[in-house]
Design a protein around this ligand. Sequence first.
Ligand code: C2O
Length: 568
Amino acid sequence: MRRQISDAASSLVSSRLSFAAAIVHLCCCARPSGDRDVLLGLGALGASATLMTARRAGADPIATPDISTCGPADLPPGANVLTCCPPPSNALPVDFAPPGAASSPLRTRPAAHSVTADYVAKFNAGIAAMKALPADDPRSFAAQASVHCAYCDGSYSPEGFPGVELQVHNSWLFFPFHRCYLYFFERILGSLIGDPSFAIPFWNWDAPDGMRMPAMYTDRSSQLFDPRRDGRHAPPKLIDLDYSGREPRFTDNQQIDHNLRVMYRQMVSLSPTPSLFFGSAYRAGDEPNQGPGPVENIPHGPVHIWCGDPNQPGREDMGNFYSSGNDPLFYAHHANIDRMWSVWKGLDARRHTDLNDPDWLGASFLFYDETPKLVRIRVRDVLDTGALRYRYQDVPLQWRAARPTVTAAATRRADSLLTPAAQAADAKKAGKLPITLEEAASVAVKRPVAGRRSKAEKASREEVLVIDGIEVDRDVAAKFDVFVNAEDHAAVGSGGRELAGSFVNVPHRHGHGHGKKGRGIKTTLRLALNEQLEDLKAEGDESVEVILVPRQGKGKVKVGGVRIELMH
Ligand code: C2O
């Protein structure tokens, strides 16, 4: 059923190797500031020694790419586009200025399943107008779709870092980049139909009534239709927010219950703090893919893959980043992802705040607006949707009450807890990592705290399961689940508490110029444990058993290490 990571004779050797690898890895993450200075010196600021040493830590936001340097994207064989570069601009970009209430009406983005026929007709007209523009018009549907490809498939390097890939996924840039992207898309669409109050819809997949592909997108005569989708998933099929590439055998009610628990786990259990919710820091000069946040993994990734056409070589359109912007459904999916940012802030006004790291706030992107001129927009410009003059229709959040439950038959019983000697032996087994996930593998992981923590301690620091050195080929649709203390993970009920969380890779490529590190990505998964340990009654234990179960892309994902850390 699963393989206990074994204590073979080679384990000492391999644990030393992985320890050495860990050191190397740490060094590049925590680059000594000198490194940064040199890198920066080679870039935008030239070789001025004064500037090179005047760098401060925490002052390295990812900078706007120079679109004139947009290079070819690395596209899979059979890709239906040739380039992802937006049309060039003769003028320099202008800095974004918020529109102001007088000039811009407040737009309310509606739930896609609840709109009127008039709304659908208007939206259709807007998409038709975008599709009618020539591809070299930055407002055209084709040019808008390519924006996503360029920022996701390696066409850019951050300014000052030629040869380093710019990537807006798998890090704290995920939420703000996509917010900016939809914002300009919506303004362009509104201006083309002469209605600046028009708001794009959101696909309300987190609510039972919204769990089907919204009807307006599935009408074959509509501009919103895309033939390159998974035909099995047309309505009335309910979406599986935890989709692993296999059709679940659920009744509709079971699927709804499952989805609600998945939502609770990702939005509540795994998202207690800003740094966990937004994903890992990603600063100028860093390698991309520092680590996605919970919502980027699930449901963001599975929804992409569930929509994409399994008969296309790269599961186009939605199942691959380069092509996903070609499906109008993409913008509704991402409007709901964007809504999750707003919803999350509303769940706990005290703890759920935006990040205050200057490297996040100062990160910038380039977009064309509706005029069309090139605009530089920063993360700090988009924290308040009110200032951007839009909001979301209020809809019930049923998943708030869907806390996962323990599967009695599947949880490790207290009397089977490991003795100290067995724990020591298990700790050695952990040295057998890295491991390629061909089948389920388990590892005992020591907790950094001995025994129960007080409420105050738990509120101030989260116990976090860190799975790092995750390596996967970018082209591979991959998913693995992580269980904690599950005696029999196959018996864990749908949305069960023993499931700590999952890692998901949506296929994408990287630029030709950025291929030096090979075709793989290397990333980290962080899973908050406080609530789960409470529910599993494991707070008094010295270690937990972690089980990694490959679901999609078996044998193609490597895991470097598993540990538990305390995080603010
Ligand atoms: Cu930029 Cu859902 O991907």
